[in-house]
Design a protein around this ligand. Structure first.
Ligand code: KG4
Ligand code: ZN
Length: 345
């Protein structure tokens, strides 16, 4: 029996989770909605808010799981990538707990957490699979062979899909984060009304590009609606923008599965909450006999359960001795294409 206390604080969600034998006993997430009034996450305010909430979130997670901190075997923390101040709050808080209670400490890469989040509720997900991690900061396709081995197939060369949703939503006068608002408006819109670009959709690689879409929507609004209220058209614009993003995400992900002869796809990250992405990915994949795993929303968004889940795998495969060093690096930078991480089996 292994019990892990995990802490995630890489951006604007403060989360603590207790994991035991791959089961989530608690997964408490406190989201910093106040950034909405600034139109984006303000790093300094994010780290201060993590400081204010982390105790409360910790106690709630311990209480919900009926766990005493002395019972846990190790503390897992997100060490990269993310906002550096936010990462430092969670990782230093974890280090403090590790020192006080004499526990192992396991640094975890946030994106690796997302990659394996499909296993959190569906322990039957079989390797190999393709994971699309699609959020405000990332749009990356992975070929996942085991908990010990994965490979980046492609990534965005400019904006992440979530960033495109958010920036275009802002042009439409919608609040931050804009993705959920576009999703909602699109339900009553005609997605064929406007034809926005699907950059790189037919390129012979698994990379993405979304900055051209953003620019195209900007010029479109300036040309068609300069000085004119577009309120009556907003549903159609939202639906057409969403369709352009979803078409690219679905085509590239399904193509990756087909070309690599893979039978399962996991979608993770905030944008995987998008209703049309979920529906279209599932239906396209189904036609080809491919299974799509869409984690529950609490595991799609930033959460500590995915950090604890992977930490437990690492602890079991690499042993406690490997995780007693408090001097690990906390880094803002993301995974780079072609990198392959391995855990000893
Ligand atoms: O994973 P996440 O919570 O944080 C990051 O790591 O970025 O993702 C947040 C992103 C935002 O860009 C937000 O607009 C987008 O996920 N998002 C959505 C939806 N829900 C959240 N985008 C499209 N449709 C949604 N329903
Ligand atoms: Zn994330």
């Amino acid at each position: 029996m292994t019990k892990i206390l995990a802490i995630e604080s890489s951006c604007d969600d403060t989360s603590v989770s207790i994991i035991e034998n791959s089961k989530v006993l608690s997964n408490v997430i406190s989201s910093q909605y106040f950034h909405s009034k600034y139109g984006g996450v303000i790093p300094e305010l994010a780290s201060r808010a993590h400081l204010n909430f982390i105790y409360e979130v910790l106690f709630k997670a311990l209480h919900e799981s009926q766990t005493s901190i002395t019972e846990v075997d190790a503390i897992a923390v997100t060490s990269e990538p993310g906002l550096i101040g936010s990462l430092l709050v969670g990782s230093n808080f974890g280090k403090g707990l590790a020192i006080k209670y004499n526990k192992a400490i396991i640094p975890i890469n946030h994106i690796e957490g997302h990659i394996y989040s499909g296993s959190l509720q569906d322990s039957g997900v079989e390797f190999p699979y393709i994971t699309l991690v699609v959020s405000g900061g990332h749009t990356t396709l992975f070929l996942v062979q085991s908990f010990a081995d994965y490979q980046i197939l492609g990534s965005t060369v400019d904006d992440a899909a979530g960033e495109a949703f958010d920036k275009i939503a802002s042009m439409l006068g919608l609040p931050y984060p804009g993705g959920p608002h576009i999703d909602k408006l699109a339900k009553a819109g005609n997605s064929k009304r406007y034809n926005f670009p699907r950059s790189m959709i037919n390129d012979d690689n698994f990379n993405f590009s979304f900055s051209g879409l953003k620019t195209s929507v900007k010029y479109f609004l300036e040309k068609e609606f300069s000085g004119i209220n577009f309120e009556n058209e907003i549903n159609d614009i939202a639906a057409s923008v969403q369709q352009a993003i979803v078409d690219v995400l679905v085509k590239k992900t399904v193509d990756a599965a087909v070309r690599k002869n893979i039978k399962s796809i996991v979608i993770a990250g905030g944008v995987s909450a998008n209703s049309q992405l979920r529906t279209e990915m599932s239906s396209k994949a189904k036609e080809l006999g491919i299974k799509v795993i869409t984690p529950d929303m609490q595991y799609c968004m930033d959460n500590a359960a995915m950090i604890g889940f992977l930490a437990e795998k690492k602890l079991l495969s690499e042993g406690f001795d490997r995780f007693n060093d408090l001097r690990f690096k906390v880094k803002a930078s993301a995974l780079r294409a072609k990198s392959v991480k391995r855990i000893k089996n």
